[in-house]
Design a protein. Sequence first.
Length: 137
Amino acid sequence: MDYQLTLVEKPGYLHAIATGSNSRETVALYLMQGLKECEARGCRRVLIESRLEGPRLPPWDTFEIASWHARLDQGIFDAIAYVDAKAPADMLDFVENVTSSRGLPLRVFPSAAAAEQWLASTLDEANAPPAMTGQNA
């Protein structure tokens, strides 16, 4: 259950990097710590980068954690980018499907660079002026 969560404030989002041993408890703890940090900082966009060591979690544990956080984090975030370079692609797709089907704006990425590009695009969309509609446009 040893882990460390390193938080780096970036323009428009918080980058959370989890290191340590991979276990259900570790994942639950670092996700909860990250949630509390985002709430305390008023941060609605986050990049979660998992660099945990050891065997991957079983699908049921992954499902339970993803489902629980999808409910817990509802309405708190505008965008969540998740990176775990060691997890199989099908497991990451599973996490994205579980969370997005429950309304959590989470996307998975193969690298932090790809995640950062997506987060930048969500910031661009959020800062864009509203579209003009109607006859006065």
